[in-house]
Each structure stands twice: as C-alpha cells, then as structure tokens.
Design a protein around this ligand. Structure first.
Ligand SMILES: *Cc1c(COP(=O)(O)O)cnc(C)c1O
Length: 368
C-alpha cells in the first residue's frame, strides 16, 4: 500500500494479477485474452495501465474511441488494439496509429477498406462485429450477404476476427437467450468465414461469459472487462478489489447542535461536540452527490464514518464523532471497505459506473 497523502486512485497490480489468473483458469492455454481498457481502463488508467497489462501477458486490448487507442500507442504499447465504436471519420487516424477497427456492417467495411487502400495498406486487420441479439451495433444476416459480395474487391483489409457480444451472460434467468446468441453466432460467423480462404479468430465471451460459458463458447479469444476489475457474477469472494479511491482529511472541527454543515444547511448537527472531517474530494472527482447526507459512509482509521451535508464539488464532510481522526489521515471512499458493490447498490447502478466515474483529475497510482 502506498503512503500518498493526496487524493488518488490506487491501483493494486497484485490484485489485477490475481483476477487475471482467476479468469485465465477457465480458458484453454491456446485461447487468447483481450482486456477491455475502454473508459480509461474502467477508471484504472490507459497508457501506463495498458503497459502493465502487456507485461502481464495479455494478448489484445480494446477501447471504445480512437483517442483511447492513441493514448495506448503514445505509451509505447505494441499490443493489437481494437477500437469498438469509432466513427468513419476517424478511420485515417486509426490507420496512422495501427489501431484495428470493429466494423459493424458493409458500409463501414467498404469505407474502411477504401481508406486503407488510399493509405497503401494491404491486409490491414479489421474485426467484424455481428449482432446476435443486442441490437446495438453489428451485422445481421442480410449485412453479411452484402459483405460477402464486396469481399473480393477489398485486398486492403483482412478480417482478423469475427465477434459478437452477450446481452446477459451473467444472468441465469437469461441463459436460454445466451444459448440462442451462441447459436446465432455459430450460424452468422460460419456464413461469413465460409467465403474466406483463411480463418479469422472468433470470440464471444465477456467477463461473465468466461465464468459461465467457457465450455460452450470459448472460440479463439475471450474479452475480459469488469471481471479483471473485481466483479464476479458467480462468486465475488474469488476476486480482489483493484481500485482504491483515497483522499486525505484536510481539517477536523467540532460543531454544536443548531449549526449546519455545508451548502443549503443540509447537514444538521444534532449531537453535542459533533466532529466533522473535511475531505479533499468532491463530486467533480467522482464522488456522486447522491451519496450526501449519510447515504454512504467511508472508512477512516478502521471505522466507517457517514457523509454529512451535501457533497461539494471539491470537498465533502464526514461525521467522525467518536473516531480518532486528524488532518492528513487517509479515507477510503471505495476499494475494500466500502466496495464498489456497496456504492453501486446505494446509487442503484452497476459497479461499472462507480469505477468509470472517477475523474481524470484524480491521479492513478500503481502499487506493485
Ligand atoms: C465492454 C465490452 C466487453 C466487456 O464487458 P464486461 O461486462 O466488462 O466483461 C466485452 N466485449 C465488448 C464488445 C464490450 O464492448
């Protein structure tokens, strides 16, 4: 554990390695592993974090937008990177940075192939996304027919992989639908690959897919996202938290009944000699304002202390009455206690949103 006395998101590399090992244990040795580092690596950082993943034997990375891929290249990472939701106007930027597009249909395919041709590329790796039930992005059967027709004129690109995305692979109540997606993937991917004189990789598993469907739908690669960051859909005790949002106490005051704490007088003091600790973190850092007024409590010196008053932009206050707290003591907003799951439950959201809400201005500190 680091001893930094400023607001930061600590990333535990040993815990990343632990979680990586857990997910690898479901996969054959020959199955490649792609890690999703979209949304700033689910909050964990992008450049340096991608380098850590590269050092830990990850085979592929994926991001949502081209800028995230450029950040990975600027960090010197050589791994192949798929850009999942880049628009057509960014295709030249992708090619300049050796980033591989996910192409959801014939229009995108044709456009990318023609950009690659203009830029004198041959066999540039692209990934075809199939829609097997999400109905977000991806080629359906008719699109695949059109793709097959234009394939012969597109030597500038080569299909490195064909893939699709599960809708609800972590939810047993939707397992029939997940199996339907697997069957559709089998059919649609076959339709395409039957017309190729080479064999692209195929991949379908996301994090819960790895835990629950590795035997049925492993194919050539698996795409690990939230699982790496500590979320299991099967048994949370098997995984470790990877991100710890920490902030120092700036000041501690004693406030009496009748007084209030923070904006709008929302934090009413009722106990004599109430001790208030002010923290160097606010909603602009990713501490959701709906955690105000005791909705959440954070840990300090082995105790949990509730928020009091409204969370401010750059600060927030805790009621630390009865806890031995002084300026400079570090508070954990999330990590092992509370967990991202606890905050997600309070906010009626999913752990993904807790992790991806940590602001860019919060430095990421990697502990090894
Ligand atoms: C985000 C994403 C994943 C990872 O999903 P998790 O639920 O975090 O495992 C996998 N594949 C695609 C296409 C994605 O967009």
């Amino acid at each position: 554990m680091n001893t930094n006395k400023y607001t930061h998101l600590e990333i535990s590399v040993p815990n990343i390695q632990h979680n990586l090992k857990y997910f690898r244990s479901f996969l054959r040795e020959s199955t490649k592993l792609l890690v999703l580092v979209k949304a700033y690596g689910y909050g964990h950082g992008i450049g340096e974090f991608s380098r850590i993943l590269e050092d830990n034997g990850v085979d592929y990375l994926a991001v949502a937008f081209p800028g995230e891929g450029v950040a990975i290249r600027e960090a010197g990472v050589k791994l192949p990177v798929i850009v999942l939701s880049g628009g057509m106007e960014h295709y030249p930027l992708l090619i300049q940075n050796q980033l591989e597009p996910s192409l959801p249909g014939p229009e995108a395919f044709q456009r990318f192939a023609s950009e690659a041709y203009t830029m004198n590329r041959k066999d540039y790796p692209v990934h075809i996304k199939l829609d097997t039930g999400m109905h977000r992005l991806g080629a359906e059967e008719a699109d695949i027919q059109s793709l097959i027709e234009i394939l012969p004129e597109t030597g500038s690109v080569k299909i490195a992989s064909v893939f699709s995305h599960f809708v609800a692979s972590g939810e047993p109540k939707n397992d029939d639908f997940t199996r339907q997606q697997i069957a559709r993937f089998e059919t649609l991917s076959g339709l395409l690959t039957d017309h190729l004189d080479y064999k692209p990789m195929r991949h379908l598993l996301n994090s819960p897919g790895i835990e629950r469907f590795a035997a049925e739908a492993q194919y050539d690669m698996a795409r690990l996202g939230i699982g790496l960051y500590g979320m299991s859909y099967v048994d949370r005790s098997r995984l470790k938290p990877t991100a710890f949002l920490k902030t120092p106490v700036l000041q501690v005051k004693t406030v009496q009944p009748g007084e209030t704490v923070g904006y709008s007088r929302a934090g009413k003091v009722t106990r004599p000699n109430t001790r208030i600790a002010t923290l160097a973190i606010g909603y602009a850092d990713g501490v959701n304002r709906h955690l105000s007024n005791g909705k959440a409590s954070f840990s300090v010196n082995g105790h949990r202390a509730p928020t009091i008053g409204n969370i401010c932009m750059d600060m927030c206050m805790l009621d630390v009455t009865g806890i031995d707290v002084k300026p400079g003591d570090m508070v954990t907003v999330f990590g092992d206690d509370p967990t991202i799951f606890e905050l997600a439950d309070i906010l009626e959201t999913i752990p993904y949103e807790i992790l991806t809400s940590v602001a860019y201005r919060v430095p990421r500190v990697y502990s090894f």
